[in-house]
Ligand binder design. Structure first.
Ligand SMILES: Nc1ncnc2c1ncn2[C@@H]1O[C@H](COP(=O)(O)OP(=O)(O)OP(=O)(O)O)[C@@H](O)[C@H]1O
Ligand SMILES: [Mg+2]
Length: 567
C-alpha cells in the first residue's frame, strides 16, 4: 500500500516536473538576465561605495540576492541531474528520492524576483554606469577539421615539420603515429587543422579523417566515428565485428590520414585494439594524435613526437592585437598597445591565453581595465607539466568545464562540474584571495585532500556527487571565520562528519543530503552559534538519529532556529 502510494505520489511529481520544468528554466533564465543587468553596474558601484554608505548597504543586499540566485540554480541543476541519473540507470537507491517540490521552488524564484525589483528601484538613486560584463561561460567543445589560413599566426616551421613526416612512407609498412604534444591551449588542434587542410596533404592521401576523441572513448565508438567519416554506413546496434569488417574494407589499400584530436586515454590496451584495426591501411597511411600528455604520446608510440612550444612573442602580439582591436584601430591607442605587450609577455607563448585576454579587452579603451588584467593575481599560479597554463584553467575550461567565473579580475566564484579526469584541485588556489564560493559537482575521481594549497577564505562551499570522498577536507578550517554556507550532497561514501565541524563558527546554513553512510553528528555542535538553518535530508541513520525531539542526536541541534530533517 505504501509502495503504491509512493508510486502515485512519484507520478504526480513527475507530471508537475514536466509541466513546470519549462516554466522554471524560463524563470531562471529571466532571473539570470536581471542578474547580468545589475552585474553590469557592479564595478561602478564598488568603486563609488567609498563615498556613499547607502551604496555599501545596497551592494550588500545585491550580494545576498546573488548568492540566493546561485543557490536556486544549484538546487535546480541538482534536481535535473538526479532525474537524468534515474532516467539513465533506473530508480536506483540514492538517486530515486527527492525532496524537490516544483511549487515551493517556483515560489522561491518569485520571492527572489521581488527582491530584485526592490533592488532595481533603489539602484536609480545612485546613477550607476554600466560597464562590460566580465563573466565568462566556457565549455569545452568538440573540435572539427576546419581552419582558415588567415586565422593562424606563425607556426610555419611546425607545420612544415609535420608535413615532412607525413610525406615520408614508413619503412616497415605499418601506420606510424605522429604525436603533437603541448600544454593546453598551445595550439595543437590548430596546428593539426592547418596540416589537415594543406593542399599537399589533401593530394597525398586518398582519404582524410578527423576524429575529436576528447571524451572517454571505446574502440567501438571510435571505430564507428572513423567509419562514418570515411563515408561508411553505421547503425546504432552495429556489432564490433561488423564495424571492423566494414572499416577494413574501406581502409584497405587506401592511403589514409587520420587525426585523433585531444586524446587523454592512457590505457595501452584500448589503443592496441584500435591500432590493430587501423594498421590494415596501405603503406604510407598516417595517424596524427594531439595530446597534452607525454604519457599518452608514449602509449601511442612508436612514432615521432612533435613538441609544441610557445609561440614567439612577436606572433603573440599580432594575435593579441587581432583580438583586442578592430583591424588598424590599435594605432589610435599606443598606451594600450604598450600594456598589451606586457600582458602578452605573461602569456608564456600560449595562444589560448593571448586570444582570451585579447578578446576580453576588445572594445575596452579604459587604461585601468587593461592594467587590471596585467596585474591580476592569477598570473602567480604555478605551471605544471602536461597541463594548461594555470591562469587559464579558470578561463578556458581545461579538461573540465568551468562554467562560471564571476569577475575575471576578482575571481570570487569558481565551479567545477563533470570533470571526469580531475583528480585534485588546481594548484595555486590560495593565490585567489578573493575566492568566496567554490562548488564541485560530479567529479568522480577528485581527491580533495590532494594538492598543495587550498582556498582560505571561502564563504560558500558546495559539493555534490563526489563518490571518492570519504571525509571532508580539513583545509576547510582555514575558512572557519568566513564560511557561511556548506552543502554536501550525494557523497555516498562519506562515513562521518569531522570533529572539527563545530569550529566553523561563522556557518549559517548547513545542508546535508543523500549521504547515507552518515550516522552521527560531531560533539560540540552547540558552538555553531551562527547556524540558523540546518537540513538533513535522506541521510539514512543520521536522519533517523536527528529526528525531532526523539532522535539521539536531537539535543545537539535543537538550538538551531530552522531545522528540516527528512528521512
Ligand atoms: N598559431 C595560432 N594562431 C592563431 N590562433 C591560435 C594559434 N594557435 C592557437 N590559437 C588559438 O588558441 C586557442 C587554443 O588553441 P588550440 O585549441 O589549438 O589549443 P590546444 O593545444 O589544442 O589546446 P587543448 O590542449 O586544450 O586541446 C584557439 O582558440 C585557437 O584559435
Ligand atoms: Mg586541442
Amino acid at each position: 500500500m505504501m509502495e503504491f502510494a509512493f508510486s502515485v505520489a512519484e507520478k504526480e511529481i513527475e507530471k508537475q516536473w514536466s509541466l513546470t520544468y519549462e516554466e522554471i528554466s524560463s524563470d531562471l533564465n529571466k532571473l539570470e538576465l536581471t542578474t547580468s543587468t545589475i552585474q553590469a553596474v557592479l564595478q561602478d558601484a564598488e568603486e563609488k561605495q567609498v563615498k556613499s554608505r547607502g551604496l555599501t548597504v545596497w551592494l550588500g543586499q545585491v550580494k545576498d540576492v546573488f548568492y540566493d540566485v546561485a543557490d536556486v540554480w544549484d538546487e535546480f541543476k541538482c534536481e535535473a541531474l538526479r532525474r537524468q541519473v534515474v532516467e539513465t540507470h533506473g530508480s536506483i537507491d540514492s538517486a530515486s528520492y527527492t525532496s524537490f517540490n516544483p511549487r515551493d521552488f517556483s515560489h522561491k524564484i518569485k520571492v527572489i524576483k521581488e527582491r530584485f525589483e526592490e533592488i532595481a528601484k533603489v539602484r536609480a538613486q545612485f546613477h550607476l554606469v554600466e560597464r562590460l560584463d566580465d563573466r565568462l561561460i566556457v565549455q569545452r567543445e568538440m573540435t572539427h577539421s576546419f581552419v582558415h589560413d588567415s586565422d593562424v599566426v606563425g607556426r610555419d616551421e611546425d607545420k612544415e615539420k609535420i608535413i615532412d613526416l607525413l610525406m615520408h612512407p614508413s619503412e616497415d609498412g605499418t601506420v606510424p603515429v605522429i604525436s603533437i604534444v603541448g600544454i593546453g591551449g598551445m595550439g595543437k588542434t590548430t596546428l593539426a587543422q592547418w596540416v589537415y587542410n594543406d593542399e599537399r596533404v589533401a593530394k597525398n592521401f586518398a582519404s582524410r579523417i578527423w576524429v575529436c576523441v576528447s571524451e572517454e572513448f571505446t574502440v567501438l565508438k571510435l571505430a564507428k566515428e572513423i567509419l562514418k567519416f570515411a563515408g561508411g554506413e553505421i547503425s546504432e546496434n552495429m556489432s564490433m565485428d561488423k564495424v571492423q569488417a566494414t572499416l577494413r574494407s574501406y581502409l584497405k589499400e587506401k592511403r589514409f590520414f587520420i587525426v585523433l584530436d585531444d586524446v587523454w586515454n592512457e590505457d595501452r590496451n584500448k589503443w592496441i585494439g584500435l591500432k590493430k584495426l587501423l594498421i590494415e591501411g596501405a603503406n604510407g597511411s598516417k595517424i596524427v594524435v594531439t595530446t597534452r600528455s607525454h604519457k599518452v604520446a608514449r602509449v601511442m608510440a612508436p612514432g615521432p613526437i612533435h613538441e609544441l612550444i610557445g609561440l614567439p612573442e612577436d606572433d603573440c602580439l599580432v594575435l593579441f592585437l587581432k583580438w583586442a582591436f578592430v583591424e588598424g584601430e590599435e594605432k589610435q591607442y599606443p598606451k594600450l598597445v604598450e600594456i598589451g605587450k606586457q600582458i602578452v609577455k605573461k602569456c608564456s607563448g600560449v595562444p589560448l591565453a593571448v586570444r582570451t585576454l585579447g578578446s576580453l579587452l576588445y572594445s575596452k579603451t579604459e587604461e585601468r581595465d587593461w592594467i587590471s588584467i596585467r596585474d591580476n593575481e592569477i598570473w602567480k599560479l604555478e605551471q605544471k607539466e602536461d597541463d594548461i597554463l594555470p591562469a587559464f584553467k579558470h578561463l578556458a575550461a581545461a579538461r573540465f568545464k568551468i562554467f562560471n567565473v564571476g569577475g575575471v579580475a576578482k575571481f570570487n566564484w569558481l565551479g567545477f562540474s563533470d570533470c571526469e579526469s580531475l583528480i585534485s584541485l588546481p594548484q595555486g588556489l590560495k593565490h585567489l584571495t578573493a575566492l568566496e564560493s567554490l562548488g564541485i559537482w560530479r567529479c568522480e575521481k577528485i581527491n580533495l585532500m590532494e594538492g598543495e594549497d587550498y582556498p582560505t577564505r571561502l564563504r560558500s562551499f558546495r559539493i555534490s556527487f563526489l563518490r571518492k570522498l570519504v571525509a571532508l577536507p580539513q583545509w576547510l578550517i582555514q575558512s572557519a571565520t568566513t564560511l557561511q554556507f556548506l552543502q554536501i550532497e550525494w557523497c555516498v561514501n562519506l562515513a562521518a562528519l569531522p570533529e572539527w565541524l563545530p569550529n566553523l563558527t561563522s556557518l549559517q546554513k548547513l545542508q546535508i543530503r543523500y549521504c547515507r553512510k552518515l550516522s552521527y553528528l560531531p560533539e560540540g555542535m552547540g558552538r555553531l552559534t551562527a547556524l540558523r538553518d540546518l537540513t538533513i535530508d535522506d541521510c539514512g541513520k543520521l536522519s533517523k538519529n536527528c529526528e525531532r525531539e526523539v532522535g539521539v542526536e536531537w539535543p545537539k541541534i535543537k538550538h538551531i532556529p530552522q531545522i528540516d530533517i527528512i528521512q
